[in-house]
Design a protein around this ligand. Structure first.
Ligand code: ZN
Length: 487
């Protein structure tokens, strides 16, 4: 539709079309009237489609969302594997593969799966400098979600939840507080989903609360924040979902809330199929990101095999100094690791936390663990803080969790750390560390008459409704701000 509106001869073929409509498109193709045809891999791979296209003067085949070809990619779809035959059936036709999220491994796999010979690999920058990333351990998820929403009154934002149930619950609670919010997930009817998506695009509502089902093909440029109410299952997902914020180049906030429970939820959902190892690896990388304390921009781009040119991105919780770092992390880490060693690597994080905190719980006394030299070693800290540090040490790979009971064990790096080799970073979970990220926003508002901006925004909404197009098609937020700045 967008291409046709721009005067290009484009068409699609899909299952919602009648046989006559499909025949009409075939006619256009045979007559050489079409520049671009959109088609799903399943349909393309049908013998009669391939036979038909064999007689057409094809010049190029482009595969979008090409990461689906790789079982190392985050949305592996087996039917994409069939696309391998394209190079055999159409040896003279160029085959291009496009994706916004592919690690080096996935890029190599895409080329191999498609049978491309010496392909040209072009990689853009993965960094989105206008996104301000922050990560928080969930302690009161709903309150933490509201914190972000309240920082962006009357602005568009997305809240991603792991399950449909959470989506419904969160959307309802937000509406009750007077926020203009609606849910979006695969359990709703087509009509409901379309209605809610349209309301979001037309800015009749501000917040869409959604599962990962939301976002494909959404090109709303002025999404000002994306909150993840739970940990996504891969950094690829996170990059793609958080990347829906700030497409107009203005700053946007990306806040990720997570808990150890999120990891377990996803682990349980992993199936035993071909993509299992990849999915497990992806989940661990995501968890390491959450528990990590290095620059978020750096962590994301390095996952995709790139370097960040600056030391301080100025746009993440780590670089903005919002994290409250422990002064003597080596000593604290050594206390924790030696407790794991004294417990003979046979206990999980909760139990280890209690021993370190000096809990007088019966099972600890019964096991005689109150006699260990590490018992009560961190008794001045809250159990929550100790538990957090344990996760951080797992995230930094000094500890690992093993087996069904997720018992803690030392890694080689952990053993080295006990000898004083290595430098962990530990942070205190800060309850309200978000003020500086909010300050980042100030620069692009400088000199902007906010009342005028608001009036213009309403005018834009009225024009958009009259023309039946999304508001950002009229003017981007950047343009509106500039108008309100210059008058
Ligand atoms: Zn940073």
């Amino acid at each position: 539709d967008a291409l046709r509106a721009s005067g290009l001869a484009a068409a699609c073929v899909n299952s919602t079309m009648s046989p006559n409509e499909r025949k009409a498109v075939a006619g256009q193709i045979s007559a050489g009237e079409l520049k671009l045809l959109y088609i799903a891999p399943e349909r393309l791979m049908q013998a009669k489609t391939l036979a038909f296209l064999k007689n057409v003067n094809l010049s190029l085949i482009a595969i979008d969302e090409a990461h689906c070809i790789s079982s190392w990619g985050h949305d592996f779809r087996p039917e994409y594997r069939g696309l391998r035959v394209l190079k055999e059936k159409f040896p003279q036709v160029g085959v291009h593969a496009y994706t916004a999220t592919a690690t080096e491994q996935v890029r190599g796999d895409i080329a191999e799966q498609l049978g491309l010979q010496q392909p040209e690999v072009l990689v853009g920058s993965f960094d989105r400098p206008n996104l301000v990333y922050s990560v928080q351990r969930a302690n009161n998820r709903f309150r933490q979600i509201c914190d972000v929403i309240e920082r962006h009154p009357q602005q568009s934002g997305i809240v991603y939840c792991i399950s449909r149930k959470e989506v419904d619950k969160t959307a309802a609670a937000l509406s009750q507080l007077g926020h203009r919010a609606a849910p979006y997930h695969a359990g709703l009817t087509d009509e409901e989903r379309h209605a809610h998506q349209d309301a979001f695009i037309r800015e009749d509502i501000d917040v869409i609360v959604a599962t990962v089902a939301f976002g494909m093909g959404i090109d709303k440029s002025n999404v000002r924040y994306v909150v993840h109410a739970g940990m996504p299952k891969s950094l690829e997902h996170y990059q793609q979902e958080s990347g829906r914020a700030g497409r107009d180049g203005l700053e946007a906030e990306c806040r990720l809330l997570f808990s150890g429970g999120d990891f377990l939820t996803w682990s349980r959902m992993l199936d035993g199929g071909a993509a299992r190892d990849g999915a497990q690896q992806a989940l661990e990388a995501m968890s390491a990101y959450c528990n990590g304390v290095t620059c978020r921009h750096r962590a994301i781009v390095s996952h995709f095999g790139q370097m960040l040119p600056t030391d301080n991105c100025g746009a993440c919780d780590v670089c903005l100094g919002e994290l409250d770092l422990v002064d003597d992390p080596l000593i604290v880490a050594q206390k924790i690791l030696s407790c794991v060693a004294r417990l003979q690597e046979r206990f999980g994080a909760d139990y280890t936390t209690k021993v370190l905190a000096g809990s007088s719980e019966k099972r600890i006394l019964d096991a005689g663990h109150n006699q260990l030299s590490t018992y009560g070693l961190l008794q001045d800290e809250s159990a929550k803080t100790i538990r957090d540090w344990l996760e951080q040490l797992v995230g930094q790979k000094f500890l690992r969790k093993e087996g069904e009971y997720q018992t803690l064990a030392l890694t080689d790096a952990g053993r080295a750390l006990l000898r004083g080799e290595g430098s962990p970073r530990l942070l205190r979970p800060s309850e309200q560390a978000t003020r500086k990220a909010a300050g980042y926003d100030a620069a692009s508002w400088e000199g902007v008459d906010r009342d005028l901006f608001e009036s213009l925004r309403q005018l834009r909404k009225a024009r958009a409704d009259a023309l039946e197009v999304p508001a950002y098609v009229i003017f981007s937020d950047a343009t509106l701000r500039d108008l309100a700045r210059r008058r």
